[in-house]
Design a protein around this ligand. Structure first.
Ligand SMILES: Cc1cc2nc3c(=O)[nH]c(=O)nc-3n(C[C@H](O)[C@H](O)[C@H](O)COP(=O)(O)OP(=O)(O)OC[C@H]3O[C@@H](n4cnc5c(N)ncnc54)[C@H](O)[C@@H]3O)c2cc1C
Length: 458
């Protein structure tokens, strides 16, 4: 964009939105922050939108000026999704944080996109309901829908793709649409809801969501179980899933990750490959599940499975799991953490994780393996010195191998973090000509490429 046009655009935003709009460099940089060594690419201005009309007005102005828009929730995405490589205006939705209606009888909730997952659960606390999708960060629901996020509970409750009933979206030309009704199922036309879920802000800005919520289980029980090797732990996971035990959480932490969690969360778990497991249901039901799991674990040479339904012990355990990323950072304080994200069909899990472990050993990189293995999804959290060009080269080669390995096993280069800027090289390898269909959709809905340009596709 020419500098005179940019000045006119900034003036228009300042006049229209006053102090809700800023060009302050620190704020712009914070809004472009990435959790990788990708360069920080700030937008030209940040609008703190407070309602859908402000979003529509901002989109109309940007449409007129042919200016990029970068939707923003809390900025916790991991693949450079909120960078602004072509400049433009960042639309921060964090002040759109109202829960509009709790549809108690329908087990649903309608809310604005800036509500975070923790705020939603706080609001639901006295209703007997809860929202299960829990990425490690306290992300916004708009951002979570846009990255098709999941987390530790996805093995039982599904991912964002399973819990969104409808979306209200502002399109690139300023039109406001609702993608579906509030009915639990519908066969009315194309499934636009799922088109927007995972679109990473490249097709429109979500201004409202209706989500499924769930009745709190009568009992929650869980514990940890240490295995002789990662392979044994993965084999126990495969058998648990294949036996149809309805685990609600099934997470793997390798010995280095356990060491990091012990240090960070003041725990004393043996430094061995460990599964964190949780069951939801009636008291009889969770006992039955725990016993079935214990038998499978024993068959794989695990130490006796210690489990309980003590609420505070479980809370401490899962807090440690959610803090795993921050715990890993302490292993090499000057380093930058980079989290890879592969997902394979459950039958290929052990093979994929084991090959990745051997690869890590050969590459001599400092990293932990941790993941939502009940879904076949795991992460390698690499501790990288961003100033060491050789190390970055090794990491990039490793990342290429892990993505290609997952794709070769009929899996995906990203189970939950999305493509953003970081994974673009693998999208076509994974989906081939389907990417051209995605590009046609993008072209039809956003012909001037204004919505979060240079994300998902280069
Ligand atoms: C410590 C840590 C642990 C994590 N663990 C997990 C995990 O277990 N599972 C998981 O899935 N992810 C995980 N993540 C990644 C991250 O939390 C998710 O990607 C999350 O969904 C991003 O939400 P956000 O509100 O921060 O979105 P942002 O980072 O602000 O935005 C993400 C994308 O969504 C778009 N967007 C945001 N709001 C809107 C909107 N209203 N309309 C349209 N587009 C929008 C943005 O343009 C961008 O492309 C983790 C991240 C961290 C830092």
């Amino acid at each position: 964009m020419e500098s005179s046009t940019k000045s006119a655009l900034i003036n228009t935003f300042q006049q229209q939105f006053g102090d809700k709009f800023t060009t302050n460099l620190t704020l712009r940089t914070q809004h472009a922050h990435t959790q990788t060594w990708l360069p920080n690419q700030p937008a030209d201005g940040v609008l703190f939108a407070e309602n859908k009309q402000m979003v529509i007005d901002a989109v109309n102005i940007c449409h007129e000026y042919r200016c990029p828009l970068i939707p923003f929730g809390t900025g916790s995405s991991l693949e450079g999704q909120v960078n602004a490589p072509q400049g433009g205006i960042c639309i921060d939705t964090s002040r759109m944080d109202q829960i509009i209606t709790i549809h108690q009888d329908d087990l649903a909730v309608t809310l604005q996109p800036g509500v975070t997952r923790e705020a939603l659960n706080t609001a639901l606390r006295h209703t007997g309901l809860f929202f299960p999708i829990d990425p490690g960060a306290n992300a916004s629901l708009g951002g979570m829908a846009s990255t098709r996020a999941s987390g530790t509970n996805a093995v039982l409750y599904g991912t964002m793709k399973d819990v969104v009933l409808n979306l209200e979206v502002v399109l690139a030309d300023g039109r406001l649409i609702r993608t579906a009704s509030r009915a639990k199922k519908s066969a009315a036309g194309y499934d636009l809801t799922h088109l927007f879920i995972g679109s990473e802000g490249t097709l429109g800005i979500i201004t409202e969501l209706t989500l499924k919520v769930f009745a709190r289980p009568e009992q929650v029980a869980g514990g940890v179980c240490a295995f002789p090797s990662i392979l044994d732990a993965c084999n126990a996971v495969i058998m648990t899933i294949q036996s149809g035990i309805p685990v609600s959480r099934l997470e793997l932490l390798d010995p280095l990750q356990i060491r990091a969690c012990n240090q960070y969360s003041k725990l004393a778990m043996p430094e061995k490959p460990t599964l964190f497991v949780e069951f939801h249901g009636s008291a009889t039901h969770v006992k039955q599940q725990a016993e079935q799991f214990a038998a499978i674990a024993e068959e794989q040479g695990a130490e006796p499975f210690q489990w309980s339904s003590d609420e505070s012990a479980l809370k401490q355990l899962w807090k440690a799991r959610h803090n795993a990323y921050f715990a890993t950072q302490l292993l090499r304080p000057q380093a930058q953490a980079y989290v890879s994200d592969a997902c394979v069909p459950i039958s290929r899990l052990a093979e994929c994780v084991e090959q990745t472990r051997l690869d890590l050993e050969e590459s001599q990189l400092i990293a932990t393996i941790v993941g939502h293995v009940g879904d076949g999804n795991f992460h390698v959290c690499l501790m990288v010195d961003p100033k060491d060009a050789h190390e970055i080269e090794c990491v990039e080669a490793f990342l290429a191998r892990i993505s290609e390995r997952a794709i070769s096993m009929e899996g995906t280069c990203t189970g939950e973090h999305g493509i953003g800027q970081g994974k673009q090289a693998y999208l076509r390898k994974e989906l081939g000509e389907a990417v051209d269909v995605m590009l046609s959709i993008k072209q039809a809905l956003d012909p001037y490429n204004l919505m979060n340009p240079a994300k998902i596709f280069s």
